[in-house]
Design a binder for this molecule. Structure first.
Ligand SMILES: *[C@@H]1O[C@H](CO)[C@@H](O)[C@H](O)[C@H]1NC(C)=O
Ligand SMILES: *[C@@H]1O[C@H](CO)[C@@H](O)[C@H](O)[C@H]1NC(C)=O
Ligand SMILES: *[C@@H]1O[C@H](CO)[C@@H](O)[C@H](O)[C@H]1NC(C)=O
Length: 781
């Protein structure tokens, strides 16, 4: 039974060891240059699939621009892939990447790049005519080229899942001259639904997000009627498709069963993410097809983001995260002058346990302080001292420190805006927002996040032993929490990588270009949403990706829920909610050595064992709690705190339940004392240990200096010294009469453990000077 407790501690130690070794892992990984990986993968996977008789070269790399592979007279060189994208958004980068890993980024022609978008907000309203006009203009060049095949798709919400040859081959099978993707919604004009030809199986209605066809036919239908930039492109194409004459003439067809194009809106339940060997692919289970292009139209964008974490060689079961290496940089340790300037914005919005440790972990980040500005918003008067101490001690080392205090009466939303303004004022390159609950146990976190080079990226932080983290894997249509199917695998680190998710909070790095641009600057207020919900919601709305990384362990979240600052030393009461932090702060640093193989427990007297258990911080805080409470018993036999009102061997003491520490104390007995008992008194198991009498005793020459010989009403007794013999007091100690053996040089935080009755008749030796405090429990009376 003790084993499990030890294991628990070992896990804790292991956690910290893994932080230490984290850097090494990162650097080894970095050696796998991403380009090599793509080349080698394409050699294996991306062969044309055409057989030898067609004389196609089979070994190709994505950088080989001259590749040819023909199917039934369609030559790869006769294909142009068009899209319209006015901005270099995260989605656009994902789209280009998917073309690149599939070997045809050289075929991309991006229309409208850098232009002002006139097609309206197509997420909310109809629109997109601008797109059609740009396309038409671009097609003029090819309008008489009877060989040319054109692929025209959206880009911000679309990912290619296969190479061009496979797409062309499939297109050929349709025996069509223009093929549109299909969806289950008739949009934007529902009244046109009845005009559509019926289909036995498959999606019935046209979607304009994916088109493939011959240039001549496409140019011809685009010229058929005019469209305003602000008109709806899908409606435009729908009218063409619904014209039987045009449909016949240009052999216009819809991809009803997602043989090429998978639209996700209204079809999320049709698809499954699957793995074949080392590759992720999309399976349409409704029509038993394997789509080659996936489009997250409408609100299905979040599902596309999820799928995009895996598809198009983004992640593989064997190699893990592949897209992590895209754009990543390395910040050399010996060149701190090259590090981008970051503003660390710290938000203390509510009372928070273990705030000192929070600041220590900010301080120990391996990022040159000469490149760091600090901004601290403190909303909690209780925390003033910790912050003041930190700034006094370390403030000078940072480029600058700005502090907003409770008296400034600035609320959270205003403070977050102020912090971003301050970042711009200081010409920051990155904005690192961190709430006081986020503990960065990995000292390299900030550097690693900068090296990752994403617009917004968060380190994965979890509440230890809980399923609660600082991200959501999915979100409901109305913006609330939903669990993605990979959520548990991610928080348990069974899948490591960089995940595009719909919600992050607590800690994240934002590239300042996002803050600088009015259209993308983070917003923390929206209706009555909490600031973090508003932040995520605005980013989703603006199609700004939020990544969370669990490539390494970064840290954890502290739980503030039961933190009660009206107590003296409230952190000491946090043993339940924040056990790991509590252990780190209060358990003796050599506690786990008690359990080491070959460790012989110290035995100062026969069957009296002596262990380090709590540290001097806890002993000091325990005394403070008691003295602050101050109601020491009077040392008489009459004791109203006991059931029978009578104490046979009275001391001056305060019971744990008088300071509301009883529950915590019993848990400490169970978690940290019991395993030691099982170590030395073999064969006795009692879990949880019971104890009615838990108290701190005070011995003073002018009060009660000693205790007469007695037995304890316990199976075993523990006696933890809270202060230092020879320093805080003189004399004192515990003498076991049967053995004529005394322990007098007691050490703070060390525990004596001995049987309660019969053999261990004992007395408290006289304190001649000062005050001696000990903490006592009679276990299993
Ligand atoms: C898109 O690009 C245009 C032109 O470069 C720019 O004015 C606009 O702010 C950008 N919008 C976003 C959302 O980045
Ligand atoms: C922000 O983005 C720019 C341009 O992509 C990059 O040069 C800069 O290093 C980024 N800043 C940080 C802190 O990552
Ligand atoms: C823990 O053990 C080490 C090695 O024996 C010792 O140097 C150190 O002082 C001990 N720590 C405390 C707090 O006693």
């Amino acid at each position: 039974m003790a084993k499990s407790e030890i294991a628990h501690l070992l896990v804790f130690v292991g956690l910290f060891l893994s932080y230490v070794s984290s850097e090494i892992q990162f650097e080894t990984c970095n050696k796998n240059l991403k380009r090599d990986r793509y080349v080698s993968r394409n050699n294996v996977n991306s062969s044309c699939g055409c057989d030898e008789s067609r004389k196609a070269p089979r070994i190709i790399t994505w950088s080989n621009k001259k590749r040819k592979c023909s199917f039934m007279n369609i030559d790869n060189d006769d294909v142009v892939v068009f899209t319209v994208a006015t901005n270099d958004t995260d989605g656009f980068r994902r789209y280009v990447r998917s073309a690149r890993v599939n070997g045809f980024d050289d075929k991309l022609k991006v229309l409208g790049f850098g232009e002002v978008w006139k097609g309206g907000n197509v997420r909310k309203y109809a629109g997109g005519g601008h797109k059609v006009n740009l396309f038409k203009k671009a097609l003029e060049e090819y309008k008489d080229d009877t060989e040319k095949i054109i692929i025209f798709t959206d880009s911000y919400d679309l990912v290619f899942l296969s190479d061009l040859d496979t797409i062309l081959e499939k297109f050929k099978e349709f025996d069509s001259r223009i093929l549109f993707s299909a969806e289950s919604n008739c949009w934007p004009d529902k009244s046109l639904a009845s005009k559509y030809p019926s289909v036995a199986r498959g999606k019935r209605f046209l979607n304009s997000g994916g088109i493939i066809g011959f240039a001549t036919d496409l140019y011809s239908i685009l010229s058929y009627r005019e469209i305003e930039d602000s008109d709806d492109d899908q409606l435009f194409f729908t009218h063409i498709y619904l014209d039987p004459e045009l449909r016949e003439k240009h052999k216009i067809k819809l991809d009803h069963k997602s043989e090429i194009f998978q639209n996700l809106y209204g079809a999320v339940a049709d698809v499954e993410l699957r793995f074949k060997g080392n590759d992720a692919y999309l399976q349409n289970t409704a029509y038993n097809t394997v789509p080659l292009v996936v489009h997250g139209n409408g609100i299905s964008k979040i599902v596309l983001n999820y799928l995009g974490n895996y598809l198009a060689q983004a992640w593989s079961p064997e190699e893990g995260c592949l897209n992590c290496w895209d754009d990543a940089i390395e910040l050399p340790k010996n060149k701190p002058e090259n590090y981008p300037v970051i503003l660390i914005a710290i938000f203390i919005e509510k009372p928070m346990p273990f705030l000192e440790e929070f600041f220590e972990k900010i301080y120990t980040q391996t990022y040159p302080k000469s490149k760091l500005h600090l901004f601290i918003h403190n909303h909690v008067p209780y925390h003033k001292d910790v912050i003041d101490n930190f700034i006094e001690k370390h403030g000078d080392e940072y480029k600058s420190v700005k502090k907003i205090l409770p008296d400034d009466r600035i609320d959270e939303v205003a403070a977050r805006n102020l912090a971003m303004d301050h970042c711009l004022l200081k010409k920051c390159s990155g904005y690192f927002s961190i709430d006081a609950e986020a503990h960065l146990d990995n000292e390299h976190t900030l550097r690693l996040l900068v090296e990752q080079q994403r617009g917004i990226v968060a380190p994965l932080l979890i509440r230890p032993f809980k399923a609660w983290s600082n991200f959501w894997g999915a979100v409901t249509d109305d913006g609330f929490y939903a669990r993605s199917s990979d959520y548990m695998q991610i928080i348990h680190n069974e899948r490591r990588g960089l995940w595009n998710v719909p919600f992050i909070s607590s800690c994240y790095l934002i590239n300042s270009t996002i803050i600088r641009n009015k259209e993308t600057r983070p917003s923390y207020s929206e209706g009555d949403l909490d600031p973090d919900m508003a932040f995520a919601s605005a980013n989703r709305e603006r199609l700004i990706f939020m990544y969370v990384s669990n490539r390494l362990e970064f840290g954890h979240l502290v739980i503030p829920d039961s933190f009660d600052t009206s107590l003296t030393n409230p952190d000491l009461y946090q043993i339940f909610d924040n056990k790991l932090d509590w252990e780190k702060r209060y358990i003796h640093e050599n506690y786990s050595k008690n359990f080491e193989e070959g460790q012989v427990p110290i035995q100062p007297c026969p069957d009296v064992y002596w262990f380090p258990i709590i540290n001097t911080r806890m002993t000091k805080e325990m005394i403070e709690i008691m003295e602050n409470f101050g109601q020491w018993s009077d040392g008489s036999n009459k004791d109203s705190r006991l059931r029978d009102g009578y104490e046979n061997v009275p001391t001056r003491d305060i019971h744990m339940n008088q300071v509301n520490f009883e529950r915590q104390w019993l848990y400490l007995l169970k978690e940290y004392v019991r395993p030691l008992q099982e170590l030395v008194f073999l064969g006795y198991y009692h879990d949880p240990p019971r104890s009615l009498m838990n108290f701190v005793v005070r011995y003073r020459p002018d009060e009660q200096p000693s205790l007469r010989p007695h037995h304890d009403s316990s199976t075993y007794t523990i006696n933890i010294a809270l202060n230092k013999a020879g320093v805080d007091y003189e004399g004192g100690g515990c003498r076991f009469i049967r053995y004529d053996c005394a322990v007098t040089d007691t050490k703070p935080g060390w525990m004596l453990m001995h049987p309660g009755r019969l053999t261990h008749y004992h007395e408290g030796l006289i304190v001649t000077k000062g005050t001696r405090y000990i903490m006592i429990s009679f276990v299993d009376p």
